[in-house]
Design a protein around this ligand. Structure first.
Ligand code: LLP
Length: 385
């Protein structure tokens, strides 16, 4: 296994799945996995075999789910924009459910209904105007955000659908990601469930967003969330679209220490063979991930900055107090199973890393070969042809 690579642990995924089932027990529910958090087809197959449908955004994510053996009928198609040619594609595969994001999209499906006389099951994404209390880039549920239709305009949206004789089967809300305050999620669940009940919808989609502990240790207390929401969750069938909660803690981004630079008495910069091209969360959201150093060499603890190898000062992977690692040792950056590989790029011309799965038996298998140098994707050899 050449570094850098992603390593996932089956045991942790299994534990998380059990927590999800425990949370919803007593309600009628169906879980969909948010493929944007991790699109590895082997993991998707694993989740599908354990009862998950797939929440996909694009034909690319559809393909990953398709490789995992998931049929369109078991997918939800989400997205801010749905282009006509994509709509034809998803219709051809008989996608099961679509979350409508805007008035324009109601019109688009309305026209399809008039010409094809069939549509997937359509839910309207509402924007309940609730502050998710999370990083602004991953907060989606208030008026300043581009997602969904404001709750106060729901009647208008339903009238528009009616004018096309379009049937709406339910409401959907996803107010943000990495939410750790159970009161906030409870408020959103309560609001959308009561609204769905008032309008007589047969089911409701609660989105994703469950927070996990990063370096600060804050995490969503599911017991509290359950206590706060159980009376609502049993009112009608619920769908959810969880990503991070299922896979984040199962994954590590594993890099090799290539250089150790002593900046001053306390501060050491550790340069690795990885970087923000593969793992962008710390650079993009100032996310603080825990890490483990193998083979510490210097006694005494230092403030370590774990850096990547790219030509960017923001190319940071993690930081914290630890022993200084030996050059050549491995460094595991944790909580990297969600929005890690799926956000990786080939910036600076580096290929994408491999992905490995450590099974419960202890055996580790390759679930995506590391990419070879891909000259056509990195340079300009066709430029000007
Ligand atoms: N449903 C919808 C409509 C979504 O937009 C998302 C995530 C999910 C479900 C899954 O949310 P989760 O359970 O994973 O929180 N790249 C960012 C996260 C972006 C989330 C985008 N939408 C990060 O690394 O934190």
């Amino acid at each position: 296994m050449n570094t850098p690579y992603y390593l996932y642990r089956e045991e942790v995924i299994e534990r998380q799945i059990q927590q999800v089932h425990a949370f919803f027990s007593g309600s009628v529910y169906r879980c969909y996995f948010a493929v944007k958090s991790n699109a590895n087809p082997v993991l998707l197959r694993y989740l599908h075999e354990r009862g998950f449908g797939m929440d996909v955004i694009s034909q690319g994510e559809w393909y990953a789910a398709h490789l995992a053996g998931v049929k369109g009928a078991e997918m939800i198609w989400n997205g801010n924009v749905k282009k006509e040619e994509e709509m034809s594609f998803f219709l051809d595969d008989k996608v099961g459910l679509v979350n409508i994001d805007s008035f324009r999209e109601i019109e688009q499906w309305g026209r399809i209904h008039q010409t094809h006389h069939t549509t997937p099951s359509l839910f309207i994404r509402i924007n309940p105007s609730i502050d998710a209390g999370t990083h602004p880039y991953i907060s989606t549920g208030n008026k300043a955000h581009k997602f969904g239709i404001g709750t106060e305009r729901l009647d208008e949206a339903l009238d528009l659908a009616k004018s096309y004789s379009l049937r709406i089967d339910g409401l959907h809300a996803h107010i943000g990601s990495q939410i750790t305050d159970p009161e906030i999620l409870a408020k959103a669940y309560q609001e959308i469930i009561l609204l769905s009940e008032a309008y007589g919808f047969p089911a409701v989609n609660l989105g994703g967003g469950w927070g996990i502990p990063y370096m600060d240790g804050n995490s969503l207390d599911l017991n509290t969330l359950r206590q706060l929401t159980l009376p609502y969750l049993t009112k009608l069938p619920v769908l959810c679209e969880l990503g991070r909660y299922i896979v984040a803690q199962a994954g590590s981004y594993v890099v090799k220490v290539e250089d150790v630079r002593f900046i001053d008495q306390q501060h050491v910069m550790v340069i690795t063979d990885g970087g923000m091209h593969h793992f962008i969360r710390p650079a993009l959201y100032q996310a603080k991930h825990t890490f483990t150093v193998t083979q510490p060499s210097q006694a005494g603890f230092y403030q370590l900055s774990i850096m990547g190898r790219l030509c960017e000062s923001g190319d940071i992977l993690a930081s914290g107090i630890d022993m200084v690692p030996e050059i050549g040792s491995l460094l595991y950056i944790h909580q990297a199973g969600a929005y890690g590989f799926s956000m990786a790029s080939r910036y600076n011309g580096f290929p994408l890393p491999g992905e490995y799965l450590q099974k419960k038996s202890g055996e580790t298998v390759c679930i995506r070969q590391p990419e070879e140098y891909n000259w056509s994707g990195t340079g300009g050899e066709h430029y000007g042809d």
